[in-house]
Ligand binder design. Structure first.
Ligand SMILES: [Zn+2]
Length: 267
């Protein structure tokens, strides 16, 4: 069945993708360079839909250029390849700050005392339909393309997680067998990472993933695409369920590629 929205999206995907955008992606999105040609073509279609449906806003006077829009759209849409998708339906706007922004955390303790704390963030997914990113962090991830961090993938993994309700580390999965396998594989890996963090040991994945199962899914998604050999070596079952969920195998992109590095940052 094809609704009006689907027909409109099909037309957007058919739009010719400007040559200067291809050059821009080639220059600015290292993961785009790893993709096989047929995946690039599919990605171009998704990017057209994404740019037509999402609003970009600059925070603190930041200017939204084609480079900003395309860098974010292409990495977000990488998560949608080969799958049936509704294009991050909850999300309507993306706010980009020049650098880390300050998030005001507010909480109340059991005695009703309210405390507030400011914390620097490189990215944040809000349930209100907007997502905030720091351009400086996106550039830093680009410069360290052989390492495991990718703030755009991280925040958009949260969007997939939140697609049907609360963020709990398990996005909607139609296949019940995969859903069961996911719960067990991802929980085991999450607990193993949390144990390593508690023991003060060096971790193979960003220790921020031990904060909550939803952060584990976001961090595992970054590592899956950015440093697939490491995820496969440390948590092979998590790699397998992510490969089935994303219907992609980033290990196959790396045949003969450069070795992976390691970097840390919490968001
Ligand atoms: Zn997060």
């Amino acid at each position: 069945m094809f609704g009006l929205k689907e027909r409109r999206r099909a037309r957007l995907r058919e739009r010719p993708f400007p040559e200067e955008w291809v050059e821009l992606l080639d220059r600015c999105v290292p993961l785009y360079r790893r993709l096989p040609p047929e995946d690039r073509a599919e990605l171009h279609g998704h990017v057209q839909v994404f740019l037509a449906e999402k609003r970009f806003e600059g925070g603190d006077g930041f200017a939204i250029t084609d480079e900003v829009r395309l860098s974010i759209a292409a990495q977000a849409c990488l998560l949608l390849l080969h799958r049936e998708t509704n294009y991050f339906p909850v999300l309507s706007s993306i706010i980009v700050y020049p650098a880390e922004f300050v998030a005001r955390l507010r909480d109340e303790d059991e005695n009703g005392v309210v405390w507030e704390e400011d914390e620097e963030r490189a990215g944040e997914s809000w349930s209100l339909g907007s997502l905030v990113l720091s351009w400086r962090d996106i550039l830093e991830d680009r410069e360290h393309a052989d390492e495991d961090l990718n703030i755009v993938l991280h925040e958009f993994a949260h969007q997939l997680d939140a697609e049907r309700g609360e963020m709990n580390g398990q996005p909607p999965i139609a296949d019940s067998e995969l859903r069961d396998e996911w719960s067990s594989a991802m929980l085991d890996a999450y607990e193993s990472l949390a144990d390593q963090v508690d023991a003060g040991r060096k971790t193979a994945l960003d220790p921020y993933g031990a904060e909550h199962p939803s952060e584990f899914f976001a961090v595992a998604t970054e590592t899956f695409f950015q440093a697939p050999r490491r995820l496969q070596a440390v948590y092979p079952r998590a790699y397998r369920v992510l490969a089935r969920y994303y219907k992609q195998d980033p290990l196959a992109w790396l045949e003969g590629g450069a070795p992976e590095g390691r970097k840390r940052r919490g968001n």
